[in-house]
Design a protein around this ligand. Sequence first.
Ligand code: 9WN
Length: 536
Amino acid sequence: MAQFVGAYLAASGKAPMHSRSPICVSRSLKDCPDNSLLSRTDHLQLPRSVAAEVDKGAVGDTGAVSQDQPTSDPSSHLGSGDLAMAPRTADTLLAAAREVLDANRSGRYTRPSQALYPHQWSWDSAFIAVGRSWHDAEGARLELETLFEAQWETGMVPSIVFDAAAPPDAYFPGPDAWQSERSPSAPRGRPTSGITQPPIHARAALEVHRHAPPDQSAASLAWLERMYPRLVAQQRYLATARDPRGIGLATIVHPWESGLDDSPAWDRDFGRIEVPGGALAPYQRRDLDHASPADRPTDADYARFLYLLTLERDANYDDARIVATSPFLMVDPLFNAIRLWSEHALSEIAGLIGADPEPHRAAAGRIHDALIGELWVSRRQRFCAWDLRRDQREPEDTVVSFGPLLDPDLPRPIVAAICRELESPSFRPRRGGPHYLVPTFDERAAGFDPERYWRGPIWLNTNWLLWHGLRLHGRSGLADEIVASSVELVRRSGFREYFDPLDGSGHGSDRFSWSAALFTDMVLASRSPLTMANNG
Ligand code: 9WN
């Protein structure tokens, strides 16, 4: 693995010169069943000039192959996943990522994708801000600030802020379905959804600040000071309105709040929800206009999503009422681990702006205790989602179980158990052909589907989160392998919304913003020894 990643770092221009040439790609090209892809870029949907550069770079790499060169670590299971991009190829893909982010920008924020998601989404904007901050620190700050302008008075940051400029039937369910104005806490004149998404924003704000060029450090610090109370309010909302029993863990009241909508992590509970006849007005799914039905959630799941929306809307988004009555009340380990990671970020931000870091350390400590006390199921050696309605720990083996790696204080035996699972045939099969990391569901489970949304495919945001978590615990080999795989997926299939872990093909939307943003962050952070050493 060390050689494997070394080749990538060399190619990216940060390794010692002597290791830069010739570039090691022999094993991967030989093993790759369709390596013709490496010299064709139509599928990437890049601008023509950029595509030509990528093709030249890829062909150039191929020309440098020598069977005598050291190959990647044979224990690596990426198959075709060599990282030995020519510096020009890496830079060209970075330029293409930037072009995607710029093209998807709409005024003060960035759409997740032009056609499928033409509004501002909460955690998307956080990921996008991190990626954008490498080349446009001011734009990254604006991205997050714009989102928080729609924060509710309760502190809740809505999952979607609707853009009046988008065509009215571009996305369903839109503002007419949500009717956020029913809540007295919703911002006036800014239609939003009535639910939230994972609170990654404090962590994103800290990353954005860290990437600010020196001549912007004062402006960036002033921005952090402005954002701090809003970020604190977001976290406080989750610790109170979403945790009325004071267990230390926030509940989600809709699978969309997890960001991993149709994940099998809550199948047993969500799948039980019956949509009463006549509960839903006739509707048309707009997502199927832009993506294959095989990639998207099923109609049955979509009806359940909409039914829960209806119940929440009918309760006028009153948190106490919803928590007391919602048929879906789930404690998600990933959501709460992100909350914890953001509390640590807030403690750092507090230190930077002269506020008191202590309450944030204490809050992180409470989440830490509850994660381990309530969600760690030692019989299964796994963190499990907790269905509060039925008081059941869900046994499904999904990527949400790995989320607590984001806790820097996670006990070593638990870290070891998570890494064992990540390296097991369920998530890293040992087969001969290409293989990519990290599937969102156990590849050996009966319901694993390599193409359908969060039920198996690889997403770059979960890869990014795991990459951070693994580095926090010194597991740099596996962390590097995740970056390697992410880079290879993008090189192969472009900035797709998600990827088939079996063959690396792209699915869902193309030119997807967070894929471009987090690709950028992983590549540039891996190039920068400073950032690598600075991971908090
Ligand atoms: C519902 C925008 C969002 C992401 C979510 C992803 C998907 C929406 C949808 O798209 O959810 O919020 O319509 O399917 O699951 O994580 O934020 O990219």
